[in-house]
Design a protein around this ligand. Structure first.
Ligand SMILES: [Zn+2]
Length: 387
């Protein structure tokens, strides 16, 4: 059991690390003021962290030197899983990524196959002797992040209460750093929150990611909303139409069968009555100068607009961030959703909520997996022995 003194020091240490993360290079007196921690304690804790290599002094050995997080130390191995591939990348606390390793996932998806792919990727990275403090995994499913369990992942085969972290850890060498898992939409939101340049407003925001499926996550006062069963934001399988479109979850007419990538093409075909050979990216590019295509995209995204309306009414976010897998989508989908919401909700200029293009979902998922690692490490970073 840790003493009250150690517990307090741990909390101070975590506050100091968080402050330096947000502020960048800064002085000990700024930290002392903004965290409300005595200068002597800040000095003491920072000295430990500098000795450990976790913090750098900009002018080494000079007391008044600004200090910053070390980008050599604060590195995560981020793993991103979607239905096609698994990507592993080293990411530092500035969101800079280094070497990347990728493994394709075949058509037969099972938890065991995914686990063995993840394990072989991690082993490859360990063999390369790259340094990282933890492993973050972005999972396209409902996860209990605290227990490391994947409850379900409809686009990834049959998963049911699968102890993902445990299954991976037992196949790795004992010295391997800790693993944290996060739902992919939550990871995407956190990647945008820390590295997307959206500023403080993102503390209260709604995030929608578009791809084969539809992800959604929400941040309230800086905290991710997870829900009692960890399925907050699972809007992809909400009932949304009556055309009997089959969904990978086994049900019919889920939102993702209308507003996922294939669903949109299907809807555009139905509206224009002539099958299009265009991809969603090409349709978005053409829609800028072609009012007919624009109109059919407007109509096709209506089921998603409807669901976002309800969420906006429930939580009143400061902004809505949309992660699109293609730059052509970035330049028009936020506009389509914004126009749809304005019409549905009858927004006046005062009520208007900005809808903005976020980072590419793979990029933000990778960055967000790193955020989970750093956030946990800020809490868990053990204090060195001190007198
Ligand atoms: Zn479904």
């Amino acid at each position: 059991m840790i003493s009250e003194q150690t517990r307090k020091r741990l909390k101070n240490q975590s506050d100091i690390l968080r402050t330096i993360r947000r502020k960048g290079a800064t002085s000990r007196s700024f930290i002392s003021k903004s965290c409300g921690i005595r200068k002597a304690s800040v000095t003491n804790i920072c000295r430990d962290l500098v000795d450990r290599g976790s913090l750098n002094e900009k002018t080494p050995g000079f007391y008044r030197s600004e200090i910053e997080l070390s980008s050599e130390y604060w590195r995560s191995l981020s793993i991103y899983i979607n239905s096609e591939k698994i990507v592993a990348t080293i990411v530092d606390h500035n969101g800079k990524d280094y070497e990347e390793w990728t493994q394709k996932i075949g058509n037969r998806k099972t938890p065991e196959k995914i686990v063995s792919s993840i394990v072989s990727l991690i082993k490859k990275v360990l063999e390369s002797e790259k340094k990282f403090i933890g492993i973050g995994i972005s999972v396209p499913g409902i996860v209990n992040a605290e227990k490391g369990i994947c409850l379900s992942a409809v686009n990834l085969g049959r998963w049911h209460n699968f102890p993902l972290v445990e299954e991976i850890v037992t196949r790795l060498p004992a010295h391997c750093p800790n693993i944290v898992i996060e739902n992919d939409a939550n990871a995407g939101l956190m990647g945008n929150h820390w590295f997307g340049g959206f500023g403080e407003k993102l503390e209260n925001s709604l995030y929608i990611s578009l791809g084969e499926g539809i992800g959604c996550a929400q941040l309230m006062d800086g905290n991710i909303i997870r829900g009692c069963r960890f399925s907050a934001g699972e809007i992809g399988c909400l009932p949304s139409g009556n055309e009997k479109r089959p969904c990978s979850c086994g049900k019919m007419d889920c939102l993702q069968t209308y507003c996922g990538e294939l669903g949109i093409i299907q809807s555009v075909n139905r509206i224009s009555k002539t099958p299009t050979s265009y991809s969603i990216s090409e349709l978005c590019k053409l829609a800028k100068d072609n009012p007919k295509i624009r109109q059919s995209l407007d109509l096709s995204y209506q089921p998603l607009v409807q669901q976002i309306c309800t969420m906006v009414a429930l939580t009143d976010p400061a902004q809505i961030v949309v992660g699109c897998p293609d730059p052509n989508m970035d330049s028009i989908i936020p506009e389509i959703l914004s126009a749809g919401l304005k019409k549905q909700l009858g927004w006046t200029d005062n009520e208007y909520i900005p809808v903005l293009a976020g980072l590419h979902p793979i990029k933000s998922g990778i960055l967000g997996a790193a955020v989970s690692v750093f956030k946990k490490a800020f809490q868990d970073e053990p204090p060195l022995q001190y007198s």
